[in-house]
Design a protein around this ligand. Structure first.
Ligand code: SF4
Length: 390
């Protein structure tokens, strides 16, 4: 008869850990260990986790306001050589559907975004083998010269690592040049699960976990604001989820005092539709609404040094996202005028500007439009209640 090591481990852990003590320590803003997080994941009731996370949220973000944003995800290119097994978006170099977005398309999309009340572009793309630092630097400069008021939340650690490798220079040199060219903040894209056992299996063409963290460290040293993410519910263990959170927290602890570092954390469940992971390995997203709420609450508990926790309505839907607002989340993310990567893997949900505000009100909070740095914005007079689908 085989031994169930998880049960054995939990039984041993319960000899010296108990839920009430751990939750009390969390309420004191203590850093819980990876093992303590795993213990809570298995042992604490959802209501207990939600209560503690909500108490922490009330201290860190004391108002009844829930923030939301209007931005647009524009893809620089869909050409990619990383070949991640959960990605339906990319095309190989030379593929007939491959593209590099041209300046006229940017102009049209940015003008549409401004008309819809948006103030930010989330610029993401693939690891194009021929697009180096000069390409991104020139692109950012051109976009900023045309639309100086639009914020560029662009690329992500794997793309920075890719460009650094192409150019044979350091992450810091790449980031410095991009910041000087108009990069306003660096999204936490491509984190998935940071453990390299997982990355080798699902995204081995991307930078490793430690390099992802190193890019973020370098960005924080340059006072570039970043965010952090976790895509879970595929092949990772529960231990690897909590290791991920502890690593993020350590990097955040190292940031210069005046820097924002990770301004937000966004966890979301793997979207499996049509992905290689599902087709070849049969891996499905089996994260229930309850499990998502527990992970969201535990994110607030495990990351006391990251102020904003965002519920991913795009992947979990309105009802679960609303419950998350009572379980540690203080931000509802963006209406995302255009989103092509997560949606290509089955994320089916959509919000308009009125819809997202209504959802926040229904959950008992006051919607507050925000900018990229979580600064409050007035609702634009030209706010249009429209979803653009491509
Ligand atoms: S997730 Fe990003 S890096 Fe991975 S294959 Fe898709 S576009 Fe490339």
């Amino acid at each position: 008869m085989g031994i169930n090591f998880t049960i054995l481990h939990l039984e041993l852990a319960s000899l010296y850990m108990n839920t009430a003590d751990l939750l009390q320590r969390a309420l004191n803003f203590e850093f819980l260990t990876q093992e303590e997080g795993v213990f809570l994941f298995h042992q604490a009731k959802t209501a207990e986790l939600a209560y503690v996370a909500n108490e922490l949220r009330k201290i860190q973000v004391p108002s009844n306001k829930v923030t939301w944003q209007i931005d647009r995800n524009v893809n620089t290119t869909n050409v990619c050589i990383a070949n991640c097994k959960f990605c339906n978006f990319f095309r190989r170099p030379g593929h007939e559907e491959s593209y590099i977005t041209d300046i006229e398309t940017y102009k049209q999309k940015i003008e549409e975004t401004i008309q819809l009340g948006g103030d930010q572009l989330l610029l993401q793309g693939g690891h194009h083998p021929d697009l180096g630092l000069a390409f991104y630097s020139n692109l950012f400069k051109e976009l900023k010269s045309l639309y100086p008021e639009v914020k560029l939340h662009a690329l992500g650690p794997p793309e920075i690592a890719h460009v650094a490798k192409l150019e044979g220079i350091s992450h810091t040199e790449v980031l410095k040049e991009l910041k000087a060219s108009g990069l306003d903040s660096l999204p936490g894209a491509g984190a998935e699960i940071l453990n390299d056992r997982v990355r080798r299996l699902i995204s081995k063409g991307k930078c490793g976990g430690q390099e992802w963290l190193d890019v973020m460290r370098a960005a924080h040293q340059l006072d570039i604001t970043t965010s952090a993410t976790m895509m879970f519910g595929h092949i990772e263990t529960i231990e690897e989820r909590f290791e991920h959170l502890v690593w993020l927290r350590e990097v955040q602890s190292e940031k210069p005092a005046e820097a924002n570092g990770f301004l937000a954390f966004i966890p979301w469940p793997f979207q499996d539709d049509g992905t290689l992971l599902r087709r070849i390995r049969g891996i499905r997203n089996e994260v229930s609404g309850d499990e998502y709420i527990r992970m969201l609450a535990l994110s607030r508990i495990m990351l006391p040094n990251i102020k904003n926790i965002q519920a991913s309505w795009l992947t979990v839907g309105k009802s679960v996202a609303q419950l998350c607002l009572h379980a540690g989340a203080n931000d509802f993310g963006s209406i995302m005028i255009e989103e092509n990567v997560v949606s290509a893997a089955g994320a089916p949900h959509r919000f308009t500007a009125n819809g997202i505000q209504q959802a926040i009100r229904e959950a008992g909070f006051e919607p507050q439009l925000r900018g990229q740095k979580y600064n409050y914005r007035e609702l634009p007079e030209n706010l249009v209640d429209q979803v653009i689908t491509y």
